[in-house]
Design a protein around this ligand. Structure first.
Ligand SMILES: Cc1cc2nc3c(=O)[nH]c(=O)nc-3n(C[C@H](O)[C@H](O)[C@H](O)COP(=O)(O)O)c2cc1C
Length: 727
């Protein structure tokens, strides 16, 4: 079965039973306190291997007439009898001294009310039926959830491996799911079992004893505690012992032990009848214990946590579902039929984000007059008028296809187009997964092999739905086609951005590369750190983001002035004393992780900026190396004051426009064995700057890992040892 079927079932079942589950969870939380309250009362005894016989001897010496003796789940010994004044009594006793401990109390009104609600919703049999049904649905929800978890984690072996942090609700939904799946399944299954039993759908629990035809007439006065069974059976084995009605040998002891029931001749101790409990009785008792926690404080606490976790699952599940439905609503407003379109935009998406990118692209293509048809990968068909095919796709599982793209590779073989299609593939993935954009890579390879397809733009991979990277791809497309694709900014969440005023403290002159640095001081309380992003609103209403450094509390950024760059022009015109509004955004993935002791910072051009702050902040607690790619020696002057104030352990500079014509990749390759050793010793490598440089560096790193260590780079990516912020 496919991922989407499991997800659909999981969501549908959860939605259908959400009200019941909420009610059952809240009442379950209250009822989990019952065993805690009961267990805390001072009536429980420790039996210390005491036998039934020893207990009877102690009790018979103190109480003139005993009717029955019962040991309950809390190890409380309940004695029923008639006292010297002829009055009947029923109380807990200490089996070692025979002393009265206290009288059984009635179940509290709160627990009675809640039990009724939990068991039958106050609807008697009808209610019980629904409770049983919903308990069954809860089992199905748990099983489908587990299958989704397996899919997500990439199999059993990785079930407890790291969970990439996406949004908070999914993250904790999965974390709690891993821990509570088994207890929830137990609660659900025992709930179903107890309901079946109440509807007499299971064999009856009562045993059918039969007396033998002949009963020994002996009445020799042997004391009951002398009887063999009582002498040899520990008290903890006993559930209930009922004394004979009279002294006649036809009346017998009724003994219920943990595993069987006996009728004992009251003088000879002969077993007149002995029947073992069938499986159903034991299952009923275990179900009761596991469903209610009665008798086990530890399990009662687990049940309490199960109740709380179920409430959280409902809350987070509804949030996840809401977010997905919103995202999956494909915002493509214009519908161009496949038969009419000259441009085909096919999308592989699971949770809808890629559709949001596709919608922007479709809009931009339509603006260029291209008749753009948008569809899922699985809808691939003949496109009689198409000239161009653009594929945007995510990757799931262990580098696998999205559900809506699972037939695509097969369809490519089966459906042949009449004319040649120019194609471009854009992969959306996450570097937190070992097989980054693997599905896009597969598609790209397949198209390259098939006749009738010609590559228009090379495969482009985007990490973490990075809109800046998508813009870079669009620029590549524009350069190739000679038409400018104008993408509207991605409307992610309609979060109100908070802008904080900063004052310009310093601005360097433009260097040969048209690059300059800005030092800005917050005019209000502002929380940020090196590696975070500064969003600056340009005249066209779009926001440009810059990686920033925090140096002595000030914000430092490096900007390359582009000829037509609205934002970079605006920034280049600032002078000390001017004010600038900045929207600060946390960029956790590009912070130095706490565990890192050795760090290799790799950057080119303006991508060096965040490192200036990291060097200052972590100068004393980490060993930091910097490998920087610049055009000329003069380009270095911009960063020199910062790097001299807090110099890295080693500084390597690659100048692409000087005689030696070096790139950071070249230096990295020269240091291959040092890099490999570092990675083995938990060194963290950070990469900031152009995507071209990032791709080159990743290629060299992959090569180093394979040749020097015999492992893929993804091993280190998964350990969060590779961190990137490229654009
Ligand atoms: C369960 C799961 C598995 C994923 N597996 C991969 C993977 O193997 N490779 C990869 O590059 N990205 C992987 N991703 C990341 C997604 O492909 C990425 O977040 C993508 O942008 C999601 O797009 P969508 O919202 O359109 O589905 C995975 C994400 C999830 C939730």
């Amino acid at each position: 079965m496919t991922l989407s079927v499991w997800r659909f079932s999981h969501q549908l079942l959860a939605l259908a039973s959400s009200l019941f589950l909420l009610l059952a969870s809240v009442t379950g939380i209250i009822l989990a306190f019952e065993p805690l309250v009961e267990g805390s009362k001072p009536y429980s005894a420790s039996f210390n291997e005491q036998t039934i016989g020893q207990t009877l001897e102690i009790l018979e010496a103190q109480y003139p007439e005993i009717l029955s003796l019962e040991v309950d789940r809390y190890n409380r010994v309940l004695l029923e009898g008639i006292d010297a004044e002829g009055a009947s009594f029923r109380y807990y006793v200490d089996p070692e001294s025979g002393k009265k401990l206290g009288e059984p109390e009635e179940k509290s009104a709160l627990f009675r009310f809640t039990t009724n609600l939990h068991r039958s919703l106050f609807l008697k049999s009808v209610g019980r039926f629904f409770v049983g049904l919903f308990s069954f649905l809860m089992c199905l929800i748990t099983i489908t959830g587990f299958l989704l978890l397996l899919q997500r984690q990439g199999g059993w072996k990785k079930l407890y491996s790291k969970i990439p942090k996406e949004d908070k609700s999914s993250y904790y939904h999965v974390i709690l799911g891993r821990w509570f799946i088994l207890p929830i399944l137990i609660v659900g299954a025992t709930g179903v079992y107890l309901s079946l039993e109440k509807f007499s759908l299971l064999p009856p629990l009562a045993l059918e004893h039969r007396l033998p035809e002949q009963i020994d007439e002996t009445m020799d006065g042997t004391a009951s505690y002398e009887l063999e069974l009582f002498k040899n059976t520990p008290l903890e084995e006993l559930r209930k012992l009922s004394y004979p009605f009279s002294e006649f040998p036809e009346d017998y002891f009724e003994v219920a032990l943990q595993d069987r029931e006996l009728w004992l001749h009251q003088y000879t101790g002969e077993a007149l009848s002995e029947l073992s409990y069938p499986f159903t009785t034991l299952a009923q008792r275990w179900s009761m214990l596991l469903h209610t926690g009665q008798g086990s404080l530890l399990w009662a606490i687990v049940l309490l946590l199960v109740g709380i976790s179920l409430v959280y699952f409902l809350y987070s599940g509804i949030r996840i579902w809401g977010v997905r439905t919103r995202k999956t609503k494909k915002s493509s407003v214009v519908v161009v039929p496949a038969e009419e379109a000259d441009t085909i935009l096919l999308v592989g998406s699971e949770t809808g984000n890629t559709f949001a990118f596709a919608a922007l692209l479709q809009k931009a293509l339509l603006d260029l007059g291209k008749q753009t048809h948008v569809a899922e990968l699985n809808s691939y068909q003949m496109y009689p008028k198409a000239e161009e095919l653009i594929i945007l796709t995510a990757t799931y599982g262990e580098g696998e296809h999205t559900t809506n793209g699972r037939h695509f590779l097969k369809l490519l073989d089966e459906v042949s187009q009449q004319q040649t299609l120019n194609y471009s593939v854009v992969g959306f993935g996450s570097l937190q997964y070992p097989d980054f954009c693997a599905f896009a890579i597969d598609i790209d390879k397949k198209l390259a092999e098939l006749p009738g397809f010609e590559e228009n733009n090379p495969l482009f991979k985007i990490n973490n739905q990075d809109f800046r990277a998508f813009e870079t791809w669009a620029q590549g497309w524009s350069a190739k086609s000679g038409q400018v694709l104008k993408l509207e900014p991605l409307k992610k969440k309609k979060k109100k951005r908070r802008y904080i005023p900063f004052e310009v403290i310093e601005k360097s002159a433009l260097n040969l590369d048209d690059t300059f640095t800005l030092k800005l001081r917050p005019q209000k309380k502002a929380k940020f750190t090196s590696g975070d992003l500064a969003g600056i609103l340009a005249e066209d209403g779009n926001i440009r983001q810059y990686s920033i450094a925090k140096v002595a509390g000030d914000l430092v950024l490096s900007v390359k002035k582009h000829e037509h760059g609205l934002c970079s022009t605006l920034l280049s015109q600032l002078a000390p004393g001017d004010s600038l509004m900045i929207n600060l955004q946390k960029n956790h993935e590009f912070h130095l992780p706490g565990f890192a002791q050795h760090v290799l910072l790799i950057g080119n051009g303006t991508g060096i900026a965040p490192y200036l702050g990291m060097l200052e902040q972590h100068h004393s607690d980490k060993e930091i190396h910097l490998l920087a790619g610049l055009r000329t020696k003069e380009s270095y002057e911009l960063y020199k004051p910062y790097l001299e104030a807090y110099p890295p352990q080693t500084l390597e500079l690659a100048f692409s426009q000087e005689k030696e014509g070096q790139y950071v990749q070249d230096i990295l390759q020269q240091k291959a064995s040092w890099v490999a050793k570092g990675l083995e010793n938990e060194m963290v490598i950070m990469i900031c700057g152009s995507l071209k440089m990032q791709n080159g560096v990743l290629e060299v790193l992959e090569n180093i890992c394979q040749t020097e260590l015999g492992v893929p780079l993804s091993d280190f990516e998964n350990m969060e040892q590779i961190r990137m912020d490229c654009y």
